[in-house]
Design a protein around this ligand. Structure first.
Ligand SMILES: Cc1cc2nc3c(=O)[nH]c(=O)nc-3n(C[C@H](O)[C@H](O)[C@H](O)COP(=O)(O)OP(=O)(O)OC[C@H]3O[C@@H](n4cnc5c(N)ncnc54)[C@H](O)[C@@H]3O)c2cc1C
Length: 317
């Protein structure tokens, strides 16, 4: 059983100061205001943001509507504060587990509001039980004419190359990550080296398509104050994967503005700063809110050293 499902661990962490202190390394506070403050600080260092109001696997329609309402509020706050940030959401937060049509209604409310502010919504990718449904909702929105949204492709899934090829045909804005959930070997590469090799392969597919777009239509330029990402978002803290993406981009002669690098709040600040210094757009994923427990567990699961970080907080007075 994964740590995220162990009830007593959850109870201790979410009810204690120690738990909140641990979460604060990866989560920008529990209120939207604290998150907006963090975005302002990052923006002043040349870093863009994508804001995630934490929450997933919402159990009732009423909760899903409330979550959608909170996301609308965030779009207002981003606009009011004038910060350079778009928004990332999980469809299970706004009703995908209840009913797809209901979820689509919630998403339309969000996309309409985002469009009003010339802002952009990224659909995070959840575990493989939701891959098809998330991509269906994405394509449904495209059919309805929305263009202010993008998706995520996970390099650990065997199916991802086929999904990515379909998406790049639509010039979709794709965030490429390795994948954060525990998946069975029937559908996902079990070995890290295979995930890494697939990540590099998918990076090439993505960047080659962008190069074709730039040749045909020219450079995109910053038309929206840093809210709309370019087509590819290379979302990893792995310096070798980043280096590979940089080499491919250079070989293809891509303008720097056409390739965005994304990292998570609290992880590898050094790499974020290096890429900014090289002149590439860097966007940091900033989660905030009270429902930080599943997010924290995924970050801990990725790196055993993080468990020491928890323990050291536990013993610190
Ligand atoms: C912007 C962004 C958005 C994401 N969105 C999604 C999504 O929608 N769906 C999804 O499944 N996954 C998502 N992820 C998570 C991703 O799939 C990986 O689980 C996570 O990024 C770790 O993999 P890595 O690419 O950094 O490579 P790894 O090989 O795991 O790590 C490379 C190096 O990064 C550092 N590092 C990585 N993780 C941690 C950590 N938790 N704590 C401390 N250091 C760490 C370490 O130095 C490590 O050696 C996202 C990641 C990013 C950066």
């Amino acid at each position: 059983m994964g740590l995220s499902k162990v009830g007593w661990v959850q109870r201790i962490l979410t009810r204690s100061k120690m738990g909140r202190r641990t979460a604060s390394r990866f989560v920008a506070g529990e209120t939207p205001e604290s998150a907006i403050r963090v975005i302002g600080e990052l923006n002043s260092q040349g870093i863009l943001a994508t804001l995630d109001h934490l929450g997933e696997d919402t159990a009732t329609r009423a909760d899903a509507e409330k979550a959608a309402g909170d996301i609308l509020l965030i779009l207002d706050l981003i606009d009011k504060a004038g910060v350079k940030s778009n928004v990332s959401i999980k469809l299970s937060q706004i009703g995908l587990l209840q009913d797809e049509a209901f979820c689509i209604d919630q998403l339309k409310r969000i996309l309409d509001k985002a469009r009003l502010y010339n802002n952009f919504i990224r659909l995070d990718m959840e575990d493989s039980s939701l891959t098809d449904r998330t991509l269906n909702v994405y394509w449904e929105m495209r059919k309805h004419g929305y263009d202010n949204l993008g998706v995520v492709i996970q390099a650990y899934l065997f199916r991802s190359e086929a999904d990515l090829c379909e998406l790049v045909e639509d010039q979709a804005r794709v965030r490429l990550c390795k994948g954060a959930y525990k998946e069975p070997p029937q559908i996902a590469f079990p070995k890290k080296q295979d995930v890494d090799a697939n990540y590099d392969h998918l990076t090439e597919i993505l960047l080659e398509r962008v190069a074709q777009e730039v040749r045909e239509k020219g450079e995109r330029g910053d038309i929206d104050g840093g809210k709309f990402p370019p087509m590819p978002a290379i979302a990893t803290h792995d310096p070798l994967r980043q280096q590979h993406a940089l080499e491919v981009a250079e070989r293809l002669g891509l303008p720097k503005s056409e390739v965005e690098f994304q990292m998570l709040y609290g992880i590898r600040r050094d790499l974020q700063e290096n890429l900014v210094a090289k002149g590439y757009p860097v966007r940091v994923y900033i989660p905030y809110g009270t429902q930080w427990y599943p997010y924290l567990m995924r970050r801990l699961g990725e790196r055993p050293a993080n468990v020491w970080f928890i323990l050291s907080n536990f013993f610190r007075r």
